[in-house]
Design a protein around this ligand. Structure first.
Ligand code: NAP
Length: 305
């Protein structure tokens, strides 16, 4: 595993972050807590130190599972969690943070994010709460998720921003134009989610005969016409994967990690085999030619969708 700094916080994060949304009883939850705790330990044993959860995942259940998994080893892991967009008034942030601390079984959160922006609540008020929590030592660093450049600028006028968590993968590249350069300029680490486009970039739906039966049936990228248009990118991923003797998911994750300004990619799975697969992506180095080909093909595919 490789590691990097989280903004200027002094915190060190692993380049693969384990996503814990799936552990919370959400739409993908298929395994029990004991299975999930074992998987969290496997992640840790393989060098993953950074874990991403949220108060909203399974109504707090994901945080409880993470808290149980790392009880007694708090100083060895970086716990990241998020306050929901409906809790951004000052008193609500404080209460939400107390709830997360309790469920995580800790007295500090390493990286505390706003999950989604909320234009109805002044960011200055929300940041007052974050600043207070930081002064009290209850959070070590401030992050935002799903914020654009203008929204990050507003945060930076109030507080030190150390992390951005955006959606990013070879089929969703909206952050490249403005957000990544902004983060590089302001030393904000970028921890990306949706790294394999909810499973699409694994090739399972193009070559593995897998079909969606869950909430993803409503997602634009999973519509039959879209899957057809994505094929050139999937074929390229398959060619590159074959060259390196790895899986398509690993190539997709490695491509995200290779993007200048991306610090860590968040990958979520309850499947140990998939997890170990994804982990190996941190060690995979793609050539400049491969990255250029992925860049060009993904841009063409995105334009066609
Ligand atoms: N900030 C936000 O708003 C936000 C939103 C969504 C997610 N997240 C974070 O990101 C994490 C990951 O979620 P995501 O939405 O980004 O999903 P993702 O990682 O793009 O995809 C997850 C899906 O891919 C499958 N998968 C994973 N590895 C695979 C592999 N090697 N081969 C084949 N299939 C594989 C998983 O199924 P299996 O379980 O079968 O492997 C699951 O269905 C979450 O846990 C959460 O921490 C954040």
């Amino acid at each position: 595993m490789k590691y990097t700094n989280l903004g200027s916080s002094g915190i060190v994060i692993s380049r693969i972050t384990h996503g814990c949304m799936e552990l919370g009883g959400g739409p993908w939850e298929t395994r029990n807590d004991e299975h999930n705790i074992k998987l969290l330990h496997t992640a840790f044993d393989h060098g993953v130190t950074t874990f991403d959860t949220a108060e909203s995942y399974g109504g707090g259940h994901s945080e409880e599972v993470v808290g149980r998994a790392f009880h007694g080893m708090r100083d060895k892991v970086v716990l990241c969690t998020k306050v929901s967009r409906e809790h951004l008034h000052k008193a609500d942030v404080i209460a939400a943070c107390e709830g997360s601390l309790k469920r995580l079984g800790t007295d500090y959160i390493d990286l505390y994010y706003i999950h989604w922006p909320n234009a109805e609540i002044a960011i200055e008020e929300t940041m007052e709460a974050f600043t207070l929590l930081k002064q009290q030592g209850k959070i070590r660093a401030i992050g935002v998720s799903n914020f654009n450049k203008a929204q990050m600028e507003a945060v930076c006028r109030c507080a030190q921003l150390d992390g951005l968590q955006p959606e990013y993968n070879l089929l969703t590249r909206g952050i490249e134009a403005e957000d990544l350069p902004f983060c590089a300029e302001h030393n904000v680490s970028v921890l990306t989610y949706n790294s394999i486009a909810k499973g699409i970039l694994s090739g399972a739906f193009h070559f593995g005969g897998k079909t969606v039966t869950d909430f993803r049936t409503a997602k634009p990228l999973f519509q039959p016409e879209a899957l057809q248009k994505e094929l050139p990118l999937l074929e390229l991923l398959r060619d590159i994967a074959t060259t390196h003797g790895v899986t398509l998911s690993q190539v997709a994750i490695a491509a995200s990690l290779a993007r200048k300004g991306v610090s860590s990619t968040i990958v979520g799975t309850q499947n140990e085999k998939h997890f170990l697969d994804n982990l190996a992506a941190a060690e995979l180095t793609l050539t400049a030619e491969e990255l250029t080909a992925l860049d060009e093909t993904s841009a063409r595919v995105i334009a066609s969708l």
